[in-house]
Design a binder for this molecule. Structure first.
Ligand SMILES: Nc1ncnc2c1ncn2[C@@H]1O[C@H](COP(=O)(O)OP(=O)(O)OP(=O)(O)O)[C@@H](O)[C@H]1O
Length: 239
Protein backbone atom coordinates (compact mmCIF):
# COMPACT_ATOMS: atom_id res chain seq x y z
CA UNK A 1 0.00 0.00 0.00
CA UNK A 2 1.16 3.52 -0.76
CA UNK A 3 2.79 5.29 2.14
CA UNK A 4 1.85 8.93 2.67
CA UNK A 5 4.90 11.18 2.96
CA UNK A 6 3.28 14.59 3.09
CA UNK A 7 -0.16 15.31 4.37
CA UNK A 8 -1.63 18.79 4.33
CA UNK A 9 -4.83 18.84 6.33
CA UNK A 10 -7.25 21.76 6.07
CA UNK A 11 -4.41 24.29 5.99
CA UNK A 12 -5.33 27.95 6.21
CA UNK A 13 -2.87 30.82 6.14
CA UNK A 14 -2.42 34.32 4.81
CA UNK A 15 -0.75 37.69 5.02
CA UNK A 16 -2.51 40.20 7.25
CA UNK A 17 -6.04 40.51 5.95
CA UNK A 18 -5.28 38.43 2.82
CA UNK A 19 -6.44 34.84 3.28
CA UNK A 20 -4.24 33.08 0.75
CA UNK A 21 -5.16 29.48 1.70
CA UNK A 22 -8.68 28.75 2.89
CA UNK A 23 -8.49 25.18 4.12
CA UNK A 24 -6.33 23.17 1.71
CA UNK A 25 -6.05 19.39 2.02
CA UNK A 26 -3.80 17.24 -0.13
CA UNK A 27 -1.32 14.42 0.20
CA UNK A 28 1.81 13.21 -1.54
CA UNK A 29 2.76 9.54 -1.31
CA UNK A 30 6.33 8.32 -1.05
CA UNK A 31 7.86 8.14 -4.54
CA UNK A 32 5.14 10.21 -6.17
CA UNK A 33 5.35 13.34 -8.30
CA UNK A 34 2.33 15.48 -7.50
CA UNK A 35 1.62 18.80 -9.16
CA UNK A 36 -0.42 21.72 -8.01
CA UNK A 37 -1.66 23.90 -10.83
CA UNK A 38 -3.46 27.20 -10.66
CA UNK A 39 -3.57 30.73 -12.00
CA UNK A 40 -1.52 33.70 -10.75
CA UNK A 41 -2.36 34.48 -7.15
CA UNK A 42 -4.17 31.19 -6.48
CA UNK A 43 -1.91 30.54 -3.49
CA UNK A 44 0.50 27.99 -4.95
CA UNK A 45 3.72 29.57 -3.66
CA UNK A 46 2.09 30.27 -0.32
CA UNK A 47 1.28 26.58 0.05
CA UNK A 48 4.88 25.50 -0.58
CA UNK A 49 6.23 28.15 1.76
CA UNK A 50 3.72 27.28 4.41
CA UNK A 51 4.74 23.61 4.31
CA UNK A 52 8.20 24.96 5.22
CA UNK A 53 6.76 26.93 8.13
CA UNK A 54 6.55 30.48 6.75
CA UNK A 55 3.91 31.94 6.60
CA UNK A 56 2.69 30.05 9.65
CA UNK A 57 -0.52 28.05 9.51
CA UNK A 58 -3.52 29.83 10.99
CA UNK A 59 -5.47 26.60 11.05
CA UNK A 60 -4.91 23.02 9.93
CA UNK A 61 -1.83 20.82 10.01
CA UNK A 62 1.14 19.65 7.98
CA UNK A 63 2.41 16.11 8.58
CA UNK A 64 5.67 14.66 7.25
CA UNK A 65 5.86 10.87 7.49
CA UNK A 66 3.03 11.08 10.03
CA UNK A 67 4.80 13.62 12.25
CA UNK A 68 3.19 16.97 12.87
CA UNK A 69 5.64 19.65 11.61
CA UNK A 70 3.15 22.54 11.56
CA UNK A 71 4.73 24.47 14.41
CA UNK A 72 8.38 23.68 13.64
CA UNK A 73 10.86 26.39 12.63
CA UNK A 74 11.82 26.38 8.94
CA UNK A 75 15.44 25.27 9.51
CA UNK A 76 14.25 22.20 11.42
CA UNK A 77 11.84 21.30 8.64
CA UNK A 78 14.72 21.59 6.16
CA UNK A 79 16.96 19.44 8.31
CA UNK A 80 14.12 16.96 8.52
CA UNK A 81 14.44 16.28 4.80
CA UNK A 82 12.36 18.88 3.00
CA UNK A 83 14.04 21.04 0.34
CA UNK A 84 12.52 23.87 -1.60
CA UNK A 85 13.56 25.39 -4.90
CA UNK A 86 11.74 28.70 -4.64
CA UNK A 87 10.16 30.76 -7.38
CA UNK A 88 12.58 33.37 -8.67
CA UNK A 89 15.37 30.90 -7.91
CA UNK A 90 17.08 32.96 -5.21
CA UNK A 91 20.54 31.67 -5.84
CA UNK A 92 23.45 33.71 -4.50
CA UNK A 93 24.49 35.79 -7.53
CA UNK A 94 28.01 36.71 -6.35
CA UNK A 95 28.93 33.22 -5.28
CA UNK A 96 30.19 30.63 -7.75
CA UNK A 97 28.06 27.70 -8.89
CA UNK A 98 30.15 25.40 -6.70
CA UNK A 99 29.81 27.65 -3.65
CA UNK A 100 26.05 27.82 -4.14
CA UNK A 101 25.87 24.03 -4.27
CA UNK A 102 28.10 23.52 -1.23
CA UNK A 103 25.87 25.86 0.79
CA UNK A 104 22.86 23.74 -0.11
CA UNK A 105 24.49 20.69 1.47
CA UNK A 106 25.85 22.47 4.51
CA UNK A 107 22.50 24.08 5.33
CA UNK A 108 21.11 20.59 5.85
CA UNK A 109 24.18 19.07 7.51
CA UNK A 110 25.09 16.94 4.46
CA UNK A 111 28.60 16.30 3.17
CA UNK A 112 29.02 18.32 -0.06
CA UNK A 113 31.59 15.90 -1.49
CA UNK A 114 29.11 13.03 -1.37
CA UNK A 115 26.26 14.98 -2.93
CA UNK A 116 28.12 16.88 -5.68
CA UNK A 117 28.58 13.95 -8.11
CA UNK A 118 24.80 13.23 -8.08
CA UNK A 119 23.99 16.81 -8.95
CA UNK A 120 26.71 17.08 -11.61
CA UNK A 121 25.51 13.82 -13.15
CA UNK A 122 22.01 15.23 -13.42
CA UNK A 123 23.08 18.65 -14.69
CA UNK A 124 26.49 18.34 -16.42
CA UNK A 125 26.17 22.00 -17.38
CA UNK A 126 26.63 22.96 -13.73
CA UNK A 127 29.91 21.09 -13.61
CA UNK A 128 31.14 22.92 -16.71
CA UNK A 129 30.18 26.21 -15.07
CA UNK A 130 31.23 25.43 -11.52
CA UNK A 131 33.60 28.38 -11.19
CA UNK A 132 31.23 30.89 -12.77
CA UNK A 133 29.25 33.34 -10.61
CA UNK A 134 25.64 32.34 -10.15
CA UNK A 135 24.37 35.74 -11.26
CA UNK A 136 25.98 35.39 -14.70
CA UNK A 137 24.28 32.10 -15.58
CA UNK A 138 21.47 31.95 -18.12
CA UNK A 139 17.90 31.61 -16.86
CA UNK A 140 17.84 27.86 -17.51
CA UNK A 141 21.22 27.35 -15.85
CA UNK A 142 20.06 29.34 -12.81
CA UNK A 143 17.05 27.09 -12.58
CA UNK A 144 19.30 24.02 -12.73
CA UNK A 145 21.41 25.56 -9.99
CA UNK A 146 18.37 26.24 -7.80
CA UNK A 147 17.19 22.64 -8.16
CA UNK A 148 20.74 21.33 -7.78
CA UNK A 149 21.20 23.32 -4.58
CA UNK A 150 17.98 21.88 -3.18
CA UNK A 151 19.14 18.36 -4.09
CA UNK A 152 22.47 18.86 -2.31
CA UNK A 153 20.56 18.62 0.96
CA UNK A 154 19.56 15.05 -0.05
CA UNK A 155 15.88 15.70 0.61
CA UNK A 156 13.16 13.14 1.14
CA UNK A 157 10.68 15.63 -0.26
CA UNK A 158 11.52 18.18 -2.96
CA UNK A 159 9.24 21.21 -3.32
CA UNK A 160 9.60 22.94 -6.69
CA UNK A 161 8.04 26.32 -7.36
CA UNK A 162 7.54 26.97 -11.08
CA UNK A 163 10.75 25.45 -12.45
CA UNK A 164 9.70 26.30 -16.02
CA UNK A 165 9.00 29.98 -15.37
CA UNK A 166 10.52 32.18 -18.06
CA UNK A 167 12.39 29.35 -19.78
CA UNK A 168 12.43 28.47 -23.47
CA UNK A 169 10.42 25.29 -24.18
CA UNK A 170 13.49 23.17 -24.91
CA UNK A 171 15.15 24.13 -21.62
CA UNK A 172 12.00 23.61 -19.61
CA UNK A 173 11.63 20.14 -21.18
CA UNK A 174 15.19 19.35 -20.05
CA UNK A 175 14.37 20.46 -16.51
CA UNK A 176 11.22 18.33 -16.45
CA UNK A 177 13.16 15.36 -17.82
CA UNK A 178 15.68 15.76 -15.01
CA UNK A 179 12.89 15.73 -12.41
CA UNK A 180 11.47 12.56 -13.93
CA UNK A 181 14.91 10.93 -13.98
CA UNK A 182 15.45 11.70 -10.31
CA UNK A 183 12.06 10.31 -9.42
CA UNK A 184 12.70 7.13 -11.39
CA UNK A 185 16.29 6.54 -10.29
CA UNK A 186 16.09 7.55 -6.63
CA UNK A 187 12.35 7.40 -5.98
CA UNK A 188 12.50 11.06 -4.99
CA UNK A 189 9.14 12.43 -3.87
CA UNK A 190 8.22 15.75 -5.50
CA UNK A 191 5.54 18.38 -5.05
CA UNK A 192 5.65 20.64 -8.08
CA UNK A 193 3.86 23.96 -8.46
CA UNK A 194 3.36 25.07 -12.05
CA UNK A 195 1.49 27.42 -14.30
CA UNK A 196 2.58 25.30 -17.25
CA UNK A 197 -0.24 22.83 -16.63
CA UNK A 198 0.37 20.86 -19.78
CA UNK A 199 3.94 19.82 -18.99
CA UNK A 200 3.29 19.49 -15.28
CA UNK A 201 0.30 17.15 -15.70
CA UNK A 202 2.23 15.03 -18.19
CA UNK A 203 5.06 14.64 -15.72
CA UNK A 204 3.04 14.13 -12.55
CA UNK A 205 1.37 10.98 -11.28
CA UNK A 206 -1.40 13.08 -9.75
CA UNK A 207 -2.46 16.68 -9.66
CA UNK A 208 -4.56 19.17 -7.76
CA UNK A 209 -6.10 22.40 -9.02
CA UNK A 210 -5.97 25.39 -6.70
CA UNK A 211 -8.37 28.30 -7.24
CA UNK A 212 -8.14 31.31 -4.90
CA UNK A 213 -6.97 29.33 -1.92
CA UNK A 214 -9.14 26.22 -2.34
CA UNK A 215 -8.61 22.88 -4.07
CA UNK A 216 -11.33 22.52 -6.72
CA UNK A 217 -10.25 19.34 -8.54
CA UNK A 218 -7.87 16.44 -8.22
CA UNK A 219 -7.05 13.31 -10.15
CA UNK A 220 -4.34 11.53 -12.08
CA UNK A 221 -2.32 13.71 -14.45
CA UNK A 222 -4.01 12.04 -17.44
CA UNK A 223 -7.52 12.51 -15.99
CA UNK A 224 -6.97 16.19 -15.35
CA UNK A 225 -5.42 16.74 -18.80
CA UNK A 226 -8.54 15.24 -20.37
CA UNK A 227 -11.02 17.46 -18.53
CA UNK A 228 -12.56 20.25 -20.62
CA UNK A 229 -12.55 22.75 -17.72
CA UNK A 230 -8.79 22.25 -17.33
CA UNK A 231 -8.20 22.61 -21.04
CA UNK A 232 -10.21 25.81 -21.21
CA UNK A 233 -8.76 27.41 -18.10
CA UNK A 234 -5.13 26.24 -18.10
CA UNK A 235 -4.22 24.85 -21.51
CA UNK A 236 -5.45 27.68 -23.70
CA UNK A 237 -8.22 25.41 -25.00
CA UNK A 238 -5.92 24.15 -27.76
CA UNK A 239 -4.65 20.79 -26.52
N1 LIG B 1 4.05 38.74 1.24
C1 LIG B 1 2.75 38.92 0.92
N2 LIG B 1 2.01 39.89 1.50
C2 LIG B 1 0.70 40.06 1.20
N3 LIG B 1 0.03 39.28 0.34
C3 LIG B 1 0.71 38.30 -0.27
C4 LIG B 1 2.10 38.06 -0.02
N4 LIG B 1 2.51 37.02 -0.79
C5 LIG B 1 1.42 36.61 -1.49
N5 LIG B 1 0.33 37.38 -1.18
C6 LIG B 1 -1.02 37.24 -1.72
O1 LIG B 1 -1.47 35.91 -1.45
C7 LIG B 1 -2.18 35.39 -2.58
C8 LIG B 1 -1.52 34.11 -3.06
O2 LIG B 1 -0.22 34.40 -3.57
P1 LIG B 1 0.79 33.27 -4.09
O3 LIG B 1 2.08 33.94 -4.42
O4 LIG B 1 0.81 32.16 -3.13
O5 LIG B 1 0.07 32.80 -5.43
P2 LIG B 1 0.62 31.89 -6.60
O6 LIG B 1 -0.48 30.95 -6.93
O7 LIG B 1 1.93 31.33 -6.26
O8 LIG B 1 0.75 32.95 -7.77
P3 LIG B 1 1.90 33.15 -8.90
O9 LIG B 1 1.70 32.04 -9.85
O10 LIG B 1 1.52 34.48 -9.47
O11 LIG B 1 3.21 33.13 -8.19
C9 LIG B 1 -2.19 36.50 -3.62
O12 LIG B 1 -3.43 37.18 -3.51
C10 LIG B 1 -1.04 37.39 -3.21
O13 LIG B 1 -1.28 38.73 -3.59
Amino acid sequence: MAQTMLEVDNLATGYGAVQALKGVSLHVDKGEIVTLIGANGAGKSTLLMSICGEPRARAGRVLLDGEDITARPTHEIMRGGVAQSPEGRRIFPRMSVLENLVMGAQAAGQDPATQLPRVYDLFPRLKERQAQRGGTLSGGEQQMLAIGRALMSRPRLLLLDEPSLGLAPLISRQIFAAIRALNESEGLTVLLVEQNANQALRLAHRGYVLVTGRITMSGSGAELLARPEIRDAYLGGSH
